[in-house]
Design a protein around this ligand. Structure first.
Ligand SMILES: Cc1cc2nc3c(=O)[nH]c(=O)nc-3n(C[C@H](O)[C@H](O)[C@H](O)COP(=O)(O)OP(=O)(O)OC[C@H]3O[C@@H](n4cnc5c(N)ncnc54)[C@H](O)[C@@H]3O)c2cc1C
Length: 410
């Protein structure tokens, strides 16, 4: 049966869901805030997103305004840098893109409108109706000019970390252990090691990213707010002083000019325990966003939209339950790998591999482990897969009696 779906948010999860549902013949309206900042985080994609972009029919357009991304470069400390290409996974998912988010979001939203979804430039507001169910306010419905006059079958919250419905319904949730603050801006003339790669830098305090975009580089830092407070009163002071003080970073930006204001982000490492209920569902960051470290956000947001579109189209309670279970498992699985980054175990494993690389066992194991670990970081592997088991096995037994404290993220 065809349904009427109201989606709140004009970001990637909203647009992906809207496109897929409209193509199936459902009646879809999207509310998006009239003004969105030009500078938005979420600029580096994972290879696993490429099949979704292809399905939406936007990959070619995205490639025109983006930087081709063949892999990642990790600077563990000032003297130790490792680069890896996604081709080490030995699958078809060998590249991704670094994208200016404003153009990326517009491209996917355009696909939704082309597919037949109606777009309303209006900040949606929600309330509880007389049965205690979430609903759009009369003022929001009025902004849709009669589009929802016959009622809304499903209200989907794709409002990102605004989390309209989790807040309204006071949904049970889980938080991760990190309470970092992320600051970022765009700069020109930043030093890079490998063109196209995302660069992830481990610092004496926290970590950061350098993401190459056309004509500029996105430079972000993820640091404890306690430390940043000591560096100035405003976010610009804190950011600029951190860049000046952090030894290796200072060199990367020595000839750089910051060309934008500094944006700040908090309140992540959060996931809702309930992703749907009677007449409503959550998708993308509104369902949960764990951490920026492995650039998983956009992929998980759009992948959750693909899964939710299937559940809505099927329309059975079992389909919604499967969506919830599956997505929560994905988030949980990524959270455990992200914890390994902060605890220092992930790259201690790499160091152990390097230390013993001439041994017979390592010569056999290293290519095998590299292949499976790369597959995890392209995003193509689902939770509970063989590759995850390889990583778990190696961190348990490969790091036996090894000191991993040197790579902890402070
Ligand atoms: C510091 C940081 C760095 C990150 N880096 C990366 C990265 O490199 N790669 C990556 O893949 N991901 C990254 N992410 C995550 C990524 O930004 C998100 O996962 C992604 O944007 C989620 O998409 P979404 O559509 O769910 O939400 P969003 O992109 O947040 O979109 C939500 C939309 O809803 C709109 N909205 C909100 N309230 C309303 C309302 N009341 N009415 C109408 N519209 C509303 C908002 O304006 C927005 O347009 C990062 C996140 C953080 C915090």
């Amino acid at each position: 049966m065809k349904k009427t779906i109201a989606i709140i948010g004009g970001g990637p999860s909203a647009s992906t869901l809207a496109t897929l549902l409209a193509r199936k013949g459902h009646k879809v309206g999207i509310f998006r805030t009239p003004h969105r900042p030009a500078l938005i985080v979420g600029e580096s994609l994972l290879p696993a997103i490429i099949p979704i972009l292809k399905e939406l029919g936007v990959e070619e357009k995205v490639s025109e305004f983006s930087v081709f991304k063949p892999g990642a470069t990790i600077c563990l400390d000032p003297h130790e840098t490792l680069s890896f290409g996604f081709d080490l996974a030995r699958t078809r998912m060998v590249y991704a893109y670094n994208v200016p988010r404003d153009k990326f979001d517009e491209a996917i939203l355009e696909a939704a409108v082309d597919a037949g979804a109606r777009l309303f430039s209006h900040r949606a507001e929600v309330m509880l109706d007389n049965k205690g169910k979430p609903a759009l306010t009369p003022e929001t419905l009025a902004a849709a000019e009669g589009f929802f006059n016959d009622g809304v079958d499903l209200l989907v919250d794709a409002s990102g970390r605004t989390r309209l419905l989790p807040n309204l319904l006071n949904l049970p949730s889980e938080e991760g252990g990190r309470k970092d603050l992320a600051l970022f801006s765009h700069q020109e003339n930043v030093e890079m090691t490998d063109p196209g790669n995302i660069h992830v830098d481990r610092y004496s305090k926290g970590w950061g990213w350098r993401i190459p975009l056309p004509g500029r580089v996105s430079v972000g830092i993820v640091v404890s707010p306690k430390h940043l407070k000591q560096l100035g009163d405003t976010k610009e002071e804190q950011y600029d002083n951190f860049l000046r003080q952090e030894p290796k970073l200072r060199d990367y930006v020595k000839n750089a000019q910051r060309t934008t204001t500094v944006m700040s982000y908090t309140n992540y490492q959060w996931k809702s325990l309930k992703l749907y209920g009677e007449g409503w569902a959550l998708v993308g960051d509104s369902a949960g966003f764990i951490d920026p470290i492995f650039s998983t956000g956009l992929y998980l947001a759009m992948y959750s939209a693909v899964q939710l579109a299937k559940a809505i189209d099927k329309g059975t309670p079992a389909a919604f339950e499967a969506y919830q279970r599956h997505h929560r498992e994905e988030l949980k699985s990524w959270q455990s790998i992200i914890d390994m980054w902060y605890e220092g175990t992930l790259f201690s494993l790499f160091r152990v591999g390097q230390k013993y690389k001439t041994s017979l066992l390592s010569r056999f194991l290293n290519p095998f482990v590299t292949k499976h670990v790369t597959r995890i970081f392209t995003g193509e592997i689902r939770s509970g897969s063989f590759s995850h088991k390889v990583l778990q096995f190696m961190t348990r037994y490969g790091l036996y009696k090894q000191d991993t404290s040197a790579l902890v993220i402070n």
